[in-house]
Design a protein around this ligand. Structure first.
Ligand SMILES: [Zn+2]
Ligand SMILES: [Zn+2]
Length: 290
């Protein structure tokens, strides 16, 4: 088999793996949502179909650089991924995971902020914000340009920073789970993780929910460090009002059409209102002007 075909097959195989991983993770958490907050996604079927279509296209894009690098790792000794757990001291395992998460978060924060510049937003990021509010299926609902910025981060990092293959698996699992749960419309972590001191530094669903409500804030992925440092942290969103509306029997029962409209208002009108009065004074260059 020629090298070109082998690389192509590796890229295709990785795209399939990323797509199946997305369907399993988002499907699993969508099911958990049905159990925990029945009716939360009622009336959102057309939006969910759109989220799945964009996400599967993104999975294909994510698979290409990952598949090429995986082929090079297996066949040419590329990358600094290692398999012998004793190749580095054991303390390096958690340090490497943390380093990957911090650097990935940094890359995400700045590219995400860049995508909130008005022109770039309309072209590359409006697709992701078309979900109002997002669901568990929106984890990879990206325009191809946004998908490309996300797809290259980890494949580039493995050339720079040594990581055990198992630790890399942990990084990818964290990335997948946080991508899904940050969009699913409720908080699965215990309150101390997002409401207490730890939550002051970690990003979970309540934090990213506010990004989808107000746009010009809360750009981070895993940590609130950059948002706090740059003055773009606008606190946590609140699911309680929307959940109460969904659960209220007199509003027409669980999953009433009125509840779906209320959810859209929470993610839409509030967001637009915030565009007219962004963080701080005057126009924020990171805000979309639509
Ligand atoms: Zn999002
Ligand atoms: Zn955004």
């Amino acid at each position: 088999m020629s090298t070109a075909i082998a690389i192509l097959l590796s890229a295709l195989a990785m795209s399939v793996i990323v797509g199946v991983r997305y369907l399993a993770a988002s499907g699993g958490f969508a099911l958990a949502t049905r159990i925990r907050h029945r009716g939360l996604y009622t009336g959102l079927d057309p939006q969910i179909r759109r989220e799945i279509a964009w996400s599967l296209a993104s999975a294909f894009i994510y698979g290409v650089p990952a598949g090429v690098v995986a082929w090079g790792w297996q066949n040419r000794g590329w990358t600094r991924i290692y398999t012998d757990v004793h190749a580095y001291p054991l303390w390096y395992l958690p340090v490497s995971v943390l380093a990957y998460l911090v650097l990935h978060d940094t890359w995400f924060y700045w590219t995400h902020r860049w995508m909130h510049r008005p022109r770039v937003f309309r072209l590359a990021h409006a697709v992701h914000h078309a979900s109002r509010p997002p669901t568990a299926w929106a984890a990879m609902a990206f325009h191809p340009i946004e998908a490309l910025t996300g797809a290259v981060a980890i494949p580039l990092l493995v050339f720079a920073i040594p990581i055990h293959v198992g630790a890399l698996g942990l990084v990818l699992t964290t990335m997948t789970i946080m991508g899904v749960t940050n969009h699913m419309g409720w908080e699965m972590f215990p309150r101390f993780m997002w409401g207490g001191k730890l939550g002051g530094w970690l990003i979970t669903a309540s934090h990213h929910q506010r990004h989808h409500e107000r746009y010009g804030c809360n750009y981070g992925l895993y940590f609130r460090f950059w948002d706090r440092l740059c003055g773009t942290d606008d606190g946590l969103g609140d699911f309680a009002r929307v959940h109460a509306k969904v659960a209220r029997p007199q509003a027409g029962g669980r999953g009433a059409p009125g509840a779906a409209a209320d959810r859209r208002r929470a993610g839409g009108v509030a967001g637009r209102r915030h565009l007219e009065a962004p963080l701080g004074q005057g126009a924020d260059p990171a805000l979309p002007d639509r």
